[in-house]
Ligand binder design. Sequence first.
Ligand code: ZN
Length: 493
Amino acid sequence: MKRSYLLTVLFFLFTPASICLWQPANASSHHASGKPAITATTEAVTAFINVNVIPMDRERVLKNQTVIVRGGSIAELGDAAKVKVPAGAVRIDGRGKYLMPGLIDMHTHLFSDDEYPDSIAGDELAIMVANGVTTSRLMIGTPEHLALREKVAKGELLGPTLYVASPELTGRAARGIFNGRTVRTPEEARQAVRECKAAGYDFIKLTTQITRPVYDAVIEAAKDAGIRVVGHVDLPVGLYRALEAGQQIEHLDSYMEAVLRDDAPMKVSVSDSGVGRKANWESLDYIDDRKVAAAAKATAKAGIYTCPTLTFFKLSYAVPQTEEQLRRRPDYRFFPPKMRESRHRAHNRYWSSPPSTERLKRYLSVRNQLVKGIHEAGGKIMTGSDTPELFLLYGFSLHREIQNLVEAGLTPYAALEAATRNPAEYLRALDTIGTVERGKRADLVLLHANPLEDITRTERRAGVMVRGKWITEAESKKMLDEAATRFQQAWGN
Ligand SMILES: [Zn+2]
């Protein structure tokens, strides 16, 4: 979603609390084009012994393996009976456990975006890591995010490897804090694309109020500059133009409009900000299921990677929850009291006159059908949490998203692909991340049980390894406790 939709967030007077837990011996890992860090023999060695590996190269489990991590990379992987554990290695007993690639969140924002960027960013990244997220894409970038990306890559800050999309390109600046570029003409659009590329952003992020001529200019300029376009698809652009342009689409934007029957009395529906307009929900009675299937097929055929952010839209707009249910969420405690109040109010306001149960169900089922249809047609789905919206925080929500993909009809393996291999491919980093293989960066999650049998087991962690740094579950819990405390202090009560 767009940050300007967020309820006003108060950032005042707090001291930077970036944590720097770790200084590796070899800090020369490289971002983006990223080959794994070349390791030196003097470096610390960690061995996962007798572990079941879910490599994610295809659907299989390699039983009783030993995985040797040296520096930031997987140095060896093989039969536990054959792989020799070097003397002095830190030994992690993997018996009965499952080792899989670290998770990738393709859609996040930081609380510390906007005016106070450096403040609690370190804690935000630590929350992601503690949940097993080892790569993350920040969707509306700032110069401070670029600095964070660098710090993480150099090993100066514990965090997931970051990819940073540009400040939002939009036709209309948001009121208040606005981290974007207003692009009203093709010339403004071309200029913005060139400047964002030159500034070092990894992607061009589109949000809303984009006219067709501006869109066309963005696509053309991005092609010339060698940078890819991601984000929202506005109605004047439409789904099929975005597919043709090769844009990577977030939130299934514009799909709900694209699947309306030809004789529907309206053209608007509930994609993106339309979801908050109650009148638009009437369009749910006019959906053409053949168009749903066709849109899914067209997406796959165009080779577009889809980041549907099912969880955010489901929990914000389609499934009512009691205050008690919201409070019971594990991420709830990170939200400062003032922010909680305003978010409860927004939730109550929306649910005081909700769309009919039938339309809510239809909404969920069409979005699920799209995701399943895209996957079955050979398209690639990617996980994104879109936090910190509502009471949904990084990591915690990424697991919900993986579970919601299974609920939409993907197999557990396909859902795990969406959180590992598919985004690695899209990021053009499959040579570094996304699978467990020799030579890859040691971004790993160790689980107590097999997630291919029950997808909720991605939350039953024994520990996380990020860039070769091992963090036990107990250490993760401590990181979360500390971050929660600092979050509360950051906003005051
Ligand atoms: Zn977003």
